[in-house]
Design a protein around this ligand. Structure first.
Ligand code: FES
Length: 327
């Protein structure tokens, strides 16, 4: 699989809702692009108002009945929700003209869809629908059972709604906050699931927290719930510095306010394992021998968090002044 960045141009743009813009990206010469599977995302280099550049990741969308859009795609389709209070990446994406050139990292899939026989229960909140729409289409193509619960504030704010209604029919369950007068009832949704059903969740943190904590309370194994946040967690990297002792070498390092433990380890010349840097994959786990952990990840169960002997270094911090790691 290539990781060399691609140069793509904006072939077309369309507003799906007042805040969500869909872009179709193609190679300038029309060449086929690297293939992908439902749940995959691409990363795009964006320019921020500060003058800096950064990367934003967007799930790839495909609702087709055949595999041409994923096996040898001629274009990538993404949807961007404008965040007016964000750092400016989504506003920049909304301002791109048709014909603009973008630097794009090829598809990567941190949220793969299984081929289990039990129904894939997809739970989407807002723009989190994008990977799940592709998953629904993939399950339908594979003749495997699927059900999509799509929650949003109001009908006019829900991207891809007409397309999903047409593609999914009665296997699409809508939840509209403004019509229901309340957010999605996660307890009721979980109660309706049979033991062979597997959940795939993508939405805002409040939805993810609710699904993870309620399914854990009901005794669901964590492997039954697959998830992805549709945005990186808020850039709350902590205001207090703290000390970290690496027990195997005796070295001591400082994690500055505003710095992650992972970046402090890298800065100190360590070679830690990591992947998502969003507290979702579990790759960056490190054993903790002493100290109280401020868990901010979505990987560990509540029981594991309470045990307090593993930290996800990409997002979690120390509640006190000092942590001792088994490194
Ligand atoms: S790198 Fe994925 S949880 Fe930390």
């Amino acid at each position: 699989m290539t990781t060399t960045p691609l140069t793509l141009t904006v072939a077309s743009a369309e507003m799906l809702t007042p805040l969500v813009r869909q872009l179709r990206l193609r190679a300038a010469d029309g060449a086929a692009l690297p293939g992908w599977q439902a749940g995959a995302h691409i990363q795009l280099q964006v320019s921020l108002p500060s003058g800096a550049t950064d990367w934003r990741h967007y799930s790839l969308i495909d609702l087709a009945a055949d595999t041409s859009a994923t096996e040898a795609p001629s274009e990538y389709v993404i949807a961007i929700r404008r965040e007016d209070t964000g750092r400016g990446g989504s506003r920049w994406m909304h301002g791109l003209a048709v014909g603009a050139t973008l630097t794009v990292r090829p598809p990567k899939n941190d949220f793969p869809l299984g081929t289990h026989a039990g129904t894939a229960v997809l739970v989407a909140g807002g723009i989190g629908v994008t990977p799940l729409a592709s998953m629904a289409a993939q399950r339908l193509r594979q003749h495997l059972p699927v059900r999509l619960h799509y929650a949003g504030r109001s009908r006019e704010q829900m991207a891809l709604l007409p397309e999903l209604q047409e593609r999914l029919g009665s296997t699409l369950a809508l939840h509209l906050d403004d019509e229901a007068g309340a957010p999605l009832d996660v307890d009721a949704l979980l109660a309706r699931c049979t033991p062979d059903e597997v959940l795939y969740v993508c939405g805002p943190q409040v939805m993810l927290d609710a699904v993870l904590s309620r399914s854990e309370a009901l005794g669901w194994p964590r492997e039954r719930v697959h998830f992805e946040l549709f945005a990186a967690p808020a850039a709350d990297t902590g205001v207090q510095p703290y000390e970290v002792v690496l027990a195997q070498s005796g070295r001591q390092i400082t994690v500055a306010a505003g710095q992650t433990l992972l970046s402090a380890l890298i800065e100190a010349g360590c070679d830690p394992m990591f992947d998502c840097q969003r507290g979702e994959c579990g790759v960056c786990a490190v054993p903790v021998l002493e100290g109280v952990i401020d868990h901010r990840d979505f990987v560990l169960t509540q029981r594991e968090k309470d045990a307090g002997n593993v930290i996800q270094t990409c997002v979690s911090r120390c509640k006190g002044q000092r942590l001792v790691l088994d490194l």
